[in-house]
Design a protein around this ligand. Structure first.
Ligand SMILES: Cc1cc2nc3c(=O)[nH]c(=O)nc-3n(C[C@H](O)[C@H](O)[C@H](O)COP(=O)(O)OP(=O)(O)OC[C@H]3O[C@@H](n4cnc5c(N)ncnc54)[C@H](O)[C@@H]3O)c2cc1C
Length: 409
């Protein structure tokens, strides 16, 4: 009889795990993917909506049609509770009714919680970069902008510490921010956007960071970013732990204030509320799931991948995809299909795009984990890579089977 596999979450981590497992085991698994939303958006292109180079429908996938075509069932529902001792999950349908779904294997890919509520004034005065509805609001705000102060920065990251993932220690560095790639990217793309609108000379851009900016990159790459900012006239403020956004400023925990007419920010990251309730059993003290290198949690039939995994540092799409593949490969063996399980090797691959000026900065770096790879290259071809990456995701319906090859272009 087919094993029942529930995958919770339908973005990089969950989609990769579901597609890879289906490809590997076929009818041996009855896979159902659960997400609260029917449409999933390609997150690396969500910031592009704010500067008018993408429309939401260009980067959205309808899970209810793309998954069944590949033999995976889709359930639109809100995950209310995971009961790992009972092998079941409580789900709430869109009509508000709830039911329990049981599983033989569970893959948790619910991401992190973006804690807007922990920054005072953020709901009214802040402009998050992270979801489509956020960037549509930001787009409107920027459309009416005539010059002044713009701030861009990341909220703090509540990283767990107990229990630790069963990863080598150097794979899980301590991070002040969950990931500052989108901040760097938005500062670049905003410059191009403002220049095209004739507003660059009338705008002061300040980028702030809760720790050392882009601390996940090598010293040389960080130096290169500083030089780019000097040339762009961007002010960088470090060790600025965001606590409040007012109508005309952003304020740090230690009371520093930066003038700000448009406050673009990435909310603080903490563990998903459903997982936080399981701190001490499935999850760590911050609500992230510690696993071993096969992505198996303290419960042998529960896997965790992507931003929800305590070992995914920084919270990056590339790591979510790699974790999703590894979890599926490991599970395929348990279902009787001999499969090579890839080795998990964290590396930072990302592309910070500037579409209005037709270039991007491509980063490949593993120095944070003790490696020697440290590349940060500015080139027009990198902008094309980002375009192709987006098109590939949409064409493959979120099945990132070539991700590991694309990353090393
Ligand atoms: C603005 C921005 C730009 C980024 N750009 C890049 C980039 O260029 N390259 C890169 O590698 N990484 C990038 N990242 C990071 C990357 O997007 C994340 O690391 C990645 O999305 C993590 O994937 P995930 O599947 O683990 O979690 P998520 O993407 O967070 O997906 C979680 C899914 O679970 C669903 N869900 C959550 N809670 C519930 C619930 N209770 N019930 C049901 N469903 C639920 C959500 O709807 C969502 O679909 C970016 C991040 C941001 C915020």
């Amino acid at each position: 009889m087919a094993e029942k596999v529930l995958v919770l979450g339908g973005r990089f981590g969950g989609l990769t795990a579901a597609y890879t497992l289906k490809r590997l085991v076929g009818d041996r698994a009855e896979i159902t993917l659960v997400d609260r939303y029917r449409t999933t958006y390609f997150r690396p292109s969500i910031p592009h909506i704010a500067i008018n180079v993408r429309e939401p429908e260009e980067i959205g996938l309808d899970l209810a049609s793309v998954l069944p075509r590949k033999g995976i069932a889709f359930q639109q529902a809100l995950v209310k509770q995971i009961s790992p001792d009972e092998d079941s999950v409580t789900l709430e349908r869109t009509d508000g009714s709830t039911f329990k779904a049981s599983y033989d294997y569970l893959v948790v890919a619910l991401g992190a919680h973006l804690a807007k509520e922990s920054v005072k004034g953020a709901a009214e005065n802040g402009y998050s970069l992270c979801e489509v509805e956020d960037t549509l609001r930001l787009r409107e705000k920027l459309a009416g902008f005539k010059g002044g102060n713009i701030t861009i920065g990341s909220g703090i990251f509540e990283q767990g510490s107990n229990p630790k993932p069963k990863f080598p220690n150097n794979f899980v560095p301590r991070a002040d921010s969950a990931c500052e790639g989108p901040i760097f990217e938005f500062s670049l793309m905003l410059k191009g956007y403002l220049k095209a609108k004739g507003l660059l000379g009338k705008t002061k851009i300040t980028v702030y960071s809760p720790g050392e900016y882009l601390s996940d990159l090598s010293r040389q790459s960080r130096q290169a970013v500083r030089q780019i900012y000097e040339q762009m006239g961007v002010t960088l403020v470090e060790k600025f732990r965001l606590s409040e956004i007012t109508t005309d400023s952003v304020v740090s925990e230690d009371g520093r204030r930066i003038p700000s007419d448009v406050s673009v920010y990435k909310p603080p990251y903490t563990g998903h509320p459903v997982l936080k309730k399981l701190s001490g059993s499935l999850a760590d003290d911050a609500g992230f799931v510690p696993t071993d290198l096969n992505m198996v949690s303290a419960y042998p039939n529960v896997y965790a991948v992507g931003d929800a995994n305590a070992g995914s540092i920084p919270k990056l799409g590339y790591l979510a995809v790699r974790m999703g593949e590894i979890a599926a490969q490991h599970l395929a063996n348990r279902m009787g299909v001999p499969t090579k399980v890839d080795e998990y090797r964290p590396t930072i691959f990302c592309v910070a795009d500037n579409p209005y000026e037709g270039y991007a900065v491509a980063v490949a770096d593993d120095t944070w984990y003790g490696g020697t790879l440290a590349k940060a290259e500015i080139a027009p071809v990198n902008h094309m890579k980002k375009e192709l990456f987006t098109k590939y995701y949409m064409w493959s319906k979120g099945d990132m089977v070539l991700e590991k090859y694309l990353a090393s272009w």
